[in-house]
Design a protein around this ligand. Sequence first.
Ligand SMILES: *Cc1c(COP(=O)(O)O)cnc(C)c1O
Length: 400
Amino acid sequence: MAQNQNPPKYLPFAKPVIDRAAIDEMVACVESGWLTTGPRVQQFESMLAEYFVNTPALALTSATAGLQLALQALDLKPGDEVITTPLTFVATFNTIVQSGAKPVPVDVEPGTFNIDTTKIPAAITPRTRAIVPVHFAGLPVDLDPIYALAKKHGLRVVEDCAHAIGTEYKGKKLGTFGDIQVFSFHPNKNITTGEGGAVTTRDPQIEKSIKTMRFHGIDRDAFNRFAKSGSLHYDVIAPGYKYNMMDIQAALGIHQLPKLDGFISKRLQMATRYRKIFQSFPQIQMQSDPIFAHRHAWHLFCVLIDPKIFGIDRDQFVTEMKSRDIGIGIHYPATHLYSYYQKQFGYKRGDFPSAEYIGDHVVSLPLFPTMNESDQDRVIENMIDVLGLHAKTPISAGAI
Ligand SMILES: *Cc1c(COP(=O)(O)O)cnc(C)c1O
């Protein structure tokens, strides 16, 4: 009864789940007087290393910082090329440019929204140095062909795992194998530290470079300024950055990571229900499964709103859903079409048609662990209603 009396509240498309233990830990951290990098970051890093089956994990201020440090560790030169997907957040492209290289997009598969690995060989040139695949929405990219190409051509692989903590490829968690992986703990991502990110790698040289560059280029192996017994002196071996995670952030992470698998189960349950219900609406295009064994981390649930099918374009759909108190995300407009990338590298509309089609029509529906079935019913009913109001032919083959 109480439920019916509550006026419908705005339903966001994403929402972090922070428990009391995390809040208490943050308060304890602040009260302790040690706010920046210290024991809680150390604890969070060892928890991450354990989660990734003894893979070293380096905590940072963001995944963007992680991509930047990982790519800069590859020592790229102007004119070098880095292959990536045009269907990603712009940080993927920006950090490639910041490393001195040119981003070379390769179109995505229309079904999985992930880079089409069969199109990568044609994009490889003598200047290619690395591949940056993005596991879109938490669905793993087909990594075997990518690592085979990397081996054949001597390329590095930096996996943008911003959506994909907990994702599994052929029975193995991303981050437990391969070259370099970058994770995000932004509040919209599957676990959060406010802002934050981490890099995993099994390459000791890359690990050392990121450890040094995330904190002013200070060589801490030689001069451990955090240890009680350590010297206050240190050496600087390169002009580094200020990308160290704070203990205040790690206080959240320590309590988020143990909940990750539960969060993903809840996301899977909701995503499966969306899929099942949308099967009655063949006009609604969704991300499809690849044929290899995998676990989708369901960071996002995406559908495509094509005005040719529904008589309403994507942006109008987003506006109408918002007016009905339902938050909708857009992930992502094709990155190569931003003005900087068109001007600087000459990319244009028509270059990567599958990414452009998805980028023009994609929306992310509300999906987060504390969402319940009645929230989800509200999304579906309003969506069908909005689409049905505009469609020239009825959009339903069945009933909901
Ligand atoms: C969120 C995101 C990033 C950047 O993550 P931050 O932690 O916000 O820096 C990079 N790549 C992709 C694909 C993302 O979704």
